[in-house]
Design a protein around this ligand. Structure first.
Ligand SMILES: [Zn+2]
Length: 291
């Protein structure tokens, strides 16, 4: 946000990125600007010229569609409606949101609430064929978070489908969250089994985004501490297996790795190429990458 939207598009292109995830406004506040920034139109034009797509908007972190508190639930629904309404002004195809937390109310209650929220958030003008997709992201499972397993994601999507929300929803897998949730995605065989399960229960067609992050957290720790690609506990073998998986050629990969403001955005994009080509990993701006 600080860089300015047009500069963001140009930076993405300079470092070799071909897709982009942005925040539409302050990600840690409820307040939204009443008007879309005037720069959004120039941004939309620039990403078209630079052929950067799909663009994803990451919803504010405060959003929780699965919790029991009525006030927070109402604000969360409004926030997602706002993001969906304004996504086209940024040329964004996806609005990415965390599945949310039941806050102790239990999994079933949480999923009921979530599906209610999804229905309200996508109701009305957001259901046409050109409407942006609301993309639900898996969690690492801490703090009563829902959606840390493929099974829970499938439960939520099944219930949403029963209310006719199929066409508006898709799924994002965050690799670091899978790791935190206990999927040993350093192993290709575990990734293959996970994708098979996902295909059986959700359909791989509905997986449209992957957040490509390594992790400093321990396997199954339910924690989520993103690392530079290849520098965390997941490591290059698992990451490369996702990146080059033939069943995932339709999926857009986004980095949420740290240090973008210090040039590590370029390093991690370069590392995607290194992983795909099985080359040694590009080093950081300093000789030692910080933790
Ligand atoms: Zn993520």
């Amino acid at each position: 946000m600080a860089m300015g939207l047009v500069r963001v598009a140009e930076r993405a292109s300079e470092i070799g990125a071909s897709a982009l995830q942005i925040f539409s406004d302050n990600p840690t506040a409820w307040r939204r600007r009443a008007e879309t920034p005037p720069e959004a139109a120039a941004f939309r034009l620039r990403i078209e010229e630079l052929d950067i797509r799909p663009v994803a908007i990451h919803a504010a972190y405060l959003v929780n569609l699965a919790g029991p508190d009525d006030d927070l639930f109402g604000r969360s629904v409004e926030m997602i409606r706002h993001e969906l309404a304004h996504a086209p002004e940024f040329g964004a195809r996806f609005v990415n949101v965390h599945v949310g937390s039941h806050r102790g109310a239990g999994l079933e209650a949480g999923i009921d609430r979530l599906v209610d929220g999804l229905e309200r958030a996508t109701d009305g003008p957001f259901s046409g064929p050109d409407a942006p997709l609301l993309v639900l992201e898996n969690s690492s499972g801490g703090g009563y978070a829902i959606g840390s397993t493929i099974e829970e994601l499938a439960m939520a999507l099944d219930q949403a489908a029963a209310r006719g929300l199929d066409g508006q929803l898709a799924v994002c897998l965050d690799v670091a969250h899978l790791w935190g949730a206990g999927y040993d995605v350093s192993r290709p065989d575990v990734i293959d089994r996970l994708l098979e399960e996902m295909d059986r229960t959700i359909g791989l067609k509905r997986l449209v985004m992957i957040h490509m992050n390594d992790s400093h957290s321990d396997l199954g720790s339910r924690r989520d501490h993103h690392a530079h690609l290849g520098d965390g506990q997941i490591g290059r073998v698992g990451l490369a297996h996702f990146l080059c998986h033939p069943a995932l050629s339709h999926v857009a990969f986004y980095l949420e790795t740290p240090g973008a403001e210090n040039g590590y955005d370029a390093v991690n994009v370069a590392r995607l190429g290194d992983l795909a080509a099985d080359r040694p990993l590009t080093q950081g701006p300093a000789s030692e990458l910080p933790a």
